[in-house]
Ligand binder design. Structure first.
Ligand code: 5GP
Ligand code: ZN
Length: 118
């Protein structure tokens, strides 16, 4: 069973913010911003590559609710999902990072020269 499935099953403790039958939101253990929440489907999906559009529709609503409950819906926030090796995905259970609480930087994404791919 993967790490986030264990969090869903409460085998590993987490700081839960919101939960319904299908989704769970909890604080990231290594926050990159004042608000750094992970939102996941309870049923295991490897990544955004495999998720159904039906799950994504419900996931969108859940993320919007979490943003509202946290109070970052008015100040703004960022939603990120990393996919696979190049995407930097470390936990192979679909998760959306919800980042906010401060003005976020637009990061340095790659050392590769984008012109090499044109
Ligand atoms: P990824 O790099 O896969 O997109 O993000 C995985 C995220 O999960 C990281 O931001 C990391 O800090 C977080 N994380 C890893 N292990 C745990 C854990 O046991 N508990 C919580 N709450 N977050 C975790
Ligand atoms: Zn899982």
């Amino acid at each position: 069973m993967c790490l986030f499935c264990k969090i869903v099953n409460k085998e590993i403790p987490s700081n839960i913010i919101a939960e319904n039958d299908d989704f769970l939101a909890f604080h990231d253990i290594n926050p990159k911003a004042p608000v750094h929440i992970l939102a996941i489907p309870k049923l295991h999906v490897d990544s955004f590559n495999e998720v159904s559009s039906e799950t994504m529709a419900a996931m969108t609503k859940f993320i919007q609710e979490v943003a509202k409950e946290t109070g970052i819906d008015h100040t703004g926030y960022r939603v990120i999902t990393n996919i696979g090796e190049n995407g930097g995905q470390e936990v192979k259970h679909l998760h959306f990072h919800i980042l906010g609480g401060a003005k976020l930087k637009w990061g340095h994404f790659s050392d590769a020269d984008p012109k090499d791919f044109l």
